[in-house]
Structure formats: C-alpha cells, structure tokens
Design a protein around this ligand. Structure first.
Ligand code: B12
Length: 274
C-alpha cells in the first residue's frame, strides 16, 4: 500500500489505513498542530528563564524557542516572577509531524465496572471484603488526589472507593513513611496499597515509589504481597515495571477505573491463574 506524502495528509486531514495483511486495518495519520488554519504548525509553549524581565530576556526567550525548532517565534506574554526570573509564553510555527501509527499508550485492559458490579465481583470472588490502604508517602502533603479516589465524595461525578460496600478503605493521609505504610498494610492485611505522589521535584515521585515497592517486596513473600498501585498527575503510565508496581494511574483518573483494576488484579486475574 502506498502512503501519500505527509504534507498531503496533514493539510487534507485524510486517513491512511495500515496494518498486517489479514488483520483489521488501523487508521494511521500524519498530523501537524494548528493555531489559525489547519496544518499551519502553530504551537504555544511556556517556560521561565532566570533573567530579570526586559528586552534582553525576551530576546533570550526567542533564541530558546528558535533553537527548539520554532520558526517564526513570537513572545506573546512575558511577566516578571520576582527578582531575576521571567515567565514567557511563546507562539510560533514548528515543522515537526506527528505519526499516529508510531505512538505507544497504555490502554485500559480490563472492563470498567459500576460500583454494583465491582461489589458483586468481590463478594463472589474473594468471599470477604477487599481491604485497601492509601497514603501520600515521603514529604508529599498533596492529599486531594488520593482523597478523590478514596473518599466517598469521589471525583468527576463518581463516588470514591469508600462508597463500595465490599471495599474497606484505610486512608493514612499525608507524609506517611514507607516503614509506616508497610506496617499499616500488614496490620490490616491489605489486599492493595494505593500510593499518591504529586511532587516530582528531583524525581521524588520515582525515588519514593521505588523505595516503597522494594520495601513491600522485602516484607512479603511474592505470593502474599498486596497489589501495589501508584498515582499522580505527572506519572508515565508505562513505567509500572520500572517502578516495581502493578499499575500506574495518571492525571484525570476516576475511582471506578481504580476499583475496576483492583477487581481485575485481585479477583479475575487470580481466579484465572488458580
Ligand atoms: C492544592 C495544592 C497544594 C496544597 C495541597 C493541599 C492538600 N491537602 O492536598 C498545598 C497548599 C498544601 C500545597 C503545598 C505545596 N505544593 Co502544591 N499544589 C496544589 C495544586 C494547586 C493542586 C493539586 C491538586 O489538588 N490537584 C487536584 C487533584 C484531584 O489532582 P491530582 O493530584 O492530579 O489527582 C488526580 C490524579 O493525578 C490521580 N491520582 C493522584 N494520586 C493518586 C493515587 C492513586 C493511588 C491513584 C490511583 C490515582 C491518583 O487521581 C486524581 C483524580 O483524577 C497544584 C497545582 C495544580 N494546579 O495541579 C500544586 C503543586 C502540585 N504544588 C506544588 C508545590 C511545589 C508545592 C510546595 C512544594 C510549595 C512550597 N514551596 O511550599 C508545597 C509542598 C507541600 C508538601 N509537603 O507536599 C507544585 C509541584 C511541582 C512538582 N511537580 O514537583 C504544583 C504542581 C504547583 C506548581 N505548578 O508549582 N500544594
């Protein structure tokens, strides 16, 4: 199958069908971003430079944008951020193309259940309530995310895990140390441990998560370890293996997605393996 020139696809928005012979074809598209007219390549980006606001700082912002491939580039907003720092928004044209056939994402590979369906699956599969321990670990005090998943009031119109009759939630709150978390999980015989990490400065979220998963591996025999889940707005969902956890959830996660994953990991998958 011949592929039309990238520019043709980008400007007309046509889709090309690709895929191995005999398998369902997937639409693949070569795209450009746009600002004013389709395919014009215009993007907007923001950043801060450690320079006082002024003509020189705006020139520095333009130089950076040009080095990043924006041509032409225009400073559309510049604001002093205290002495010696300036925040910029730059608008300009890039010439890069996006190939949608070369994108890898983590798709949800389990069914999305309603609270009623999740409760039923736990009752039938575990024959007892599922115990879930949640916490923000390390120095992280951002509890809104984990509360959105756990608290009864929930998030995005969905009730949190506390609403699920067959799930017992133990929410330890903020700034929980890894040894405290392991001890609490052991004390309540946790089936799953849900950790939130929002601060990513100096890769704190990655380091803390690795410390946490290593501690659970040390404290439990492999077949008794609770399911480990980590979440936060700046996690890369494809990093579960590198972080030593069973699943990573990122920004916009809803409680039903998490409850459904827990049912999948603790009930469906284990039943299938037995
Ligand atoms: C509210 C807030 C605070 C509050 C927190 C109050 C509280 N009880 O949580 C206060 C004022 C205390 C605070 C303090 C600080 N904050 Co603050 N804060 C924010 C703010 C404005 C909103 C965060 C939030 O509540 N989001 C809403 C929730 C619902 O979204 P979420 O966390 O992403 O959660 C969702 C998903 O990520 C996911 N999820 C999250 N966790 C988990 C866990 C699991 C298991 C699962 C499945 C899913 C999941 O599900 C949730 C629902 O979809 C953000 C900026 C922003 N707009 O995001 C900065 C921000 C997070 N804070 C920041 C910083 C730097 C700080 C401070 C260091 C500031 C300072 N110098 O003192 C301190 C650190 C305090 C500490 N020790 O942690 C930075 C972090 C930068 C970084 N990436 O490292 C941000 C991004 C602001 C910024 N742009 O600089 N902060």
């Amino acid at each position: 199958m011949s592929t039309p020139a990238a520019d043709t696809i980008a400007t007309t928005g046509q889709a090309d069908l690709v895929g191995p012979p005999g398998e369902p074809a997937t639409p693949a598209r070569i795209l450009r971003p746009y600002g004013d007219t389709t395919g014009d390549g215009m993007v907007q980006m923001s950043f801060t430079l450690p320079m006082a606001h002024g003509k020189l700082a705006e020139g520095a912002a333009l130089q950076l944008a040009q080095k990043m491939g924006m041509d032409p580039a225009m400073v559309v907003h510049a604001k002093a951020m205290g002495p010696g720092y300036c925040f910029f928004v730059v608008y300009g044209r890039v010439h890069h193309l996006v190939d949608t056939s070369a994108i890898t994402v983590v798709e949800r590979d389990y069914p999305l259940l309603s609270p009623k369906e999740a409760n039923l699956a736990v009752r039938k599969g575990l024959r007892r309530r599922m115990t879930v321990v949640g916490a923000c670990i390390g120095s992280d005090a951002h509890t809104v995310g984990i509360d959105a998943i756990l608290n009864i009031k929930g998030f995005a119109g969905e009730k949190g895990l506390e609403y699920y009759r067959e799930i017992r939630v133990v929410n330890l709150g903020a700034q929980v140390s890894v040894p405290q978390l392991v001890a609490s999980a052991q004390e309540v015989t946790a089936d799953a441990v849900l950790v939130s990490q929002v601060v990513t400065q100096r890769d704190a979220h990655v380091l803390n998560t690795r410390e946490m998963s290593a501690a659970f591996r040390e404290a439990y025999p492999a077949d008794r370890r609770p399911v480990l889940v980590v979440g936060g707005p700046r996690f890369d969902e494809s990093m579960a293996d590198q972080l030593g956890v069973d699943r990573v959830f990122a920004r916009g996660t809803t409680p039903a997605e998490v409850a459904s994953f827990l049912v999948h990991a603790l009930v469906t998958r284990r039943k299938a393996a037995a």
